[in-house]
Design a protein around this ligand. Structure first.
Ligand SMILES: Cc1cc2nc3c(=O)[nH]c(=O)nc-3n(C[C@H](O)[C@H](O)[C@H](O)COP(=O)(O)O)c2cc1C
Length: 196
């Protein structure tokens, strides 16, 4: 049975490039038979955080927030695709993530970073590691990086050049690691329902 994996991406820029890496990961997971879905924060369109999802009385959260809460709760794993703005996180993805807390618990998360430079967003990847741990996810150790993004993936998310070859070579191990933890967490949740 395929695992349900959400691939989350959060740039709001008109000329954004990180969508290439998000598309590459969704396609790669689907090619392995997984049920992967892109969650594009810009398309979801949550406002700047006012009330968290759990602060709304049951049944009264705005529809996009409710729909996303349902998807997060139903997911078996997450991939966070992170770019880097001034050595930090992209605010769109952080804002989406902060709307939820318990909804994320008890599942593994993987980090994929990218940037216009050779460091491929490694500094924002490091920041996300702590944040996702705080939010109750088990962060896997494998990562993938794409940098410079425009010389790694074309507009359709297909690998190009030497950097693209390197990304494609690294993907199977990244996916193997994520799926191992996904199945481990899934069977543990079935054996022993989470305490909260
Ligand atoms: C406000 C801003 C700050 C940036 N800061 C960094 C940075 O600190 N490190 C880096 O490698 N690239 C940085 N860049 C370049 C981004 O890596 C590049 O624009 C990338 O494509 C951004 O992701 P996006 O296209 O998905 O929005 C920055 C870009 C912007 C717009």
């Amino acid at each position: 049975m395929p695992n349900r994996i959400l691939v989350l991406y959060g740039s709001y820029r008109s000329d954004r490039l990180g969508i290439r890496l998000a598309d590459f990961i969704v396609s790669g997971l689907k090619a392995r038979g997984e049920d992967a879905e892109l969650i594009d924060a810009k398309a979801v369109g949550l406002p700047m955080l006012d009330r968290m999802y759990k602060e709304y009385p049951p049944g009264s959260a705005p529809q996009p927030m409710q729909a996303l809460a349902d998807k997060i709760r139903a997911a078996d794993a997450f991939v966070f695709v992170t770019g880097e703005y001034n050595w930090g996180m992209q605010p769109g993805l952080k804002n989406l993530t902060d709307h939820f807390l318990e909804e994320w618990f008890w599942r593994p998360a993987a980090i994929a970073s990218y940037s216009a430079g050779r460091l491929a967003g490694a500094r924002s990847g490091l920041l996300w590691h702590g944040t996702l741990s705080e939010m109750g996810m088990v962060v896997i150790s494998s990562t993938i990086t794409a940098g410079p993004i425009a010389q790694t993936l074309d507009a359709e998310g297909h690998p190009i050049g030497e950097a693209g070859k390197s990304l494609a070579r690294g993907f199977p191990r990244f996916a193997d690691d994520l799926l191992w933890w996904t199945e481990a967490a899934k069977s543990q949740r079935a054996r022993k329902p989470p305490p909260y």
